[in-house]
Design a protein around this ligand. Structure first.
Ligand code: NAD
Length: 279
């Protein structure tokens, strides 16, 4: 390993599971010391114990201003500084297939965790970073915030808001030497995106996961299933000095979905025309 983050201190919210966990593991392998901030104490404590003195767990709800301020203070206190904040923690919303069936009952919580949380974290971290040589802030959005689509409106709105916040605050914080960028993952199988396989016996769960993956892959030019480490690798790049001239971007990590539709419509049109001429 190149130890790209040697000497750096990072906070990763939602670091106990999924994409956050993969990023914690990669950042520690790259020489960073990492505060894992998560509401899941069991998984967070176990991960920190497995990674040794370079990792520390703190129970945090990112939607709580006082807890977020204490999180930044804890990282600075324990590790002597703060160079990187990855606002990764996020929640999904109830998967109503159509808006007219959506009670919007979870709107406030989705917005609090997915949008207010990163705003609180960015503000608390940047207030430290501006007086200590700058830093890097990463926000984890989603293609659901970039591309319009049906269903999960609260989630989509929260992630679209996060992308716009991220770009805007990048402009505001540039004067302090703070870079802010956004990651825009496509489908990554984690507990957040798993629809129904949990609790099923192993072979049935695998079949359900494969069937759901096939739906996502049909819309994805690269026919490879995304994994948490894909996003962690992009986060490493954006957090590192290799990205020193990059701020205010929303980087898709999604196998080409944002680039466009993988269906060859011309082929379909020519086939339909040929068929119609025959009829
Ligand atoms: P996950 O559920 O596997 O992990 C999320 C972690 O965040 C968990 O450890 C959870 O305990 C923690 N968390 C949730 N609410 C929290 C809160 N209020 N305070 C602190 N910690 C909290 O999910 P994931 O798939 O790894 O998602 C991580 C981020 O990536 C989210 O912001 C999600 O929206 C985004 N994302 C995921 C996908 C995907 O397909 N998995 C796609 C696009 C974007």
């Amino acid at each position: 390993m190149a130890q790209e983050l040697a000497g750096k201190v990072a906070i990763i919210t939602g670091g106990a599971g999924g994409i956050g966990r993969a990023t914690v593991e990669l950042f520690v392998a790259e020489g960073a010391r990492v505060l894992i901030a998560d509401r899941d104490g069991t998984a967070g404590t176990a991960l920190a114990a497995a990674l040794g003195p370079a990792a520390l767990f703190m129970a945090v709800d990112v939607a709580d201003r006082a807890q977020v301020q204490a999180m930044v203070a804890r990282a600075v206190d324990a590790f002597g500084g703060l160079h990187i904040l990855f606002n990764n923690a996020g929640i999904s919303c109830a998967p109503f297939p159509h808006f007219l069936d959506d009670s919007l009952a979870d709107f406030d919580r989705v917005m609090a965790v997915n949008l207010l949380g990163p705003m609180l974290g960015t503000q608390a971290a940047a207030r430290h970073m501006k007086d200590h040589g700058g830093g890097v802030i990463l926000n984890n959005a989603s293609i659901a915030g970039l591309l319009a689509g049906q269903a999960m409106m609260s989630y989509r709105a929260s992630k679209a808001g996060l992308i716009q916040f991220s770009k805007s605050v990048a402009i505001d914080l540039a004067q302090h030497g703070i870079r802010v960028n956004c990651l825009v993952p496509g489908h990554i199988r984690t507990s957040l995106s798993s629809f129904s396989a949990q609790g099923a016996e192993a072979d049935r769960a695998a079949r359900v996961d494969a069937a759901i993956d096939a739906v996502y892959l049909s819309n994805q030019p690269l026919k490879r299933r995304g994994v948490p480490d894909d996003v962690a690798q992009a986060a490493l790049f954006l957090a590192s000095d290799r990205a020193r001239q990059i701020t205010g971007i929303a980087m898709p990590v999604e196998g080409g979905v944002v680039a466009g539709d993988p269906v060859n419509h011309l082929e379909d049109i020519l086939t339909a025309r040929a068929q119609a001429l025959l009829d």
